[in-house]
Design a protein around this ligand. Sequence first.
Ligand code: AMP
Length: 286
Amino acid sequence: MTNSLAIVRTVADLRARVAEWRRQGQKVALVPTMGALHEGHLSLVRTAQKLADRVVVSIFVNPRQFGANEDFGRYPRQEAEDAEKLANVAADLLFAPDVTEMYPEGFATNVSVGGVTEGLCGAARPGHFDGVATVVTKLLLQCLPDVAVFGEKDYQQLLTIKRVARDLDIPVAILGAPTMREADGLAMSSRNAYLSPEERRIAARLPAILRELVAAAERGDELSALCARGIAELKAAGFASVDYLEFRDAETLAPVSRIERPARILVAARLGNTRLIDNMPVGVPA
Ligand code: AMP
């Protein structure tokens, strides 16, 4: 059975709904997304439901986080289908503003984060994290939830948002939730829809190679040799290019040459016209 889901499109309507819940003493969670919802997004909603009485999901394909030659125009938009999925998991409210509601005429503010945004996707996609930090700051201040839930799938984004909330004293707890994967290990992503059947088959090599590299790193193998091996294996599997494949500190994202504290392996690689990202935790060798 499909429940109906309330949808609001303006900040004023969002605030009115949240204010009503607040009057009733309820806790509120926010799950920001760009839509084309899959099980990974829905897992964030379920996590949010454990933490709060009401869950708001936002869907906004944010033009400011796409580069000039990126996929903003063809990014999948399927609001009716998304709303049905959200109703089925009993989310409470969908906030789906249009671009002029988020960026009215004259909009001139940019939230720019240093440190964790350097390198990785920050280097490969100039301006991307400014766009992310700006829109998430707005969403947090528009909704003012108790908690906001983000996926570890976008690990550098998660750390960037934690940094913004801390640095700007935004009174919202930022929580990371684990990556949901397809049966063959590929991280769920709205962009997987771009893959041809042949590319989809090759894409499963990405998490498999990462898992092998994690196991070798945890045995104490030398990290730069592992990265070189991983890049060669991805290209041999059919990936056109690898934007980065690196071991980084799990908390600061500083580059690491030895694993002495919890680390993360992070990758971005291109398959045809599609850019896939993934990451996994790496424990300290025994
Ligand atoms: P997006 O719609 O891709 O901007 O993602 C919205 C939120 O869902 C972000 O916090 C992502 O990190 C999270 N997310 C995307 N894919 C997954 C996944 N496979 N597992 C868990 N969370 C995810």
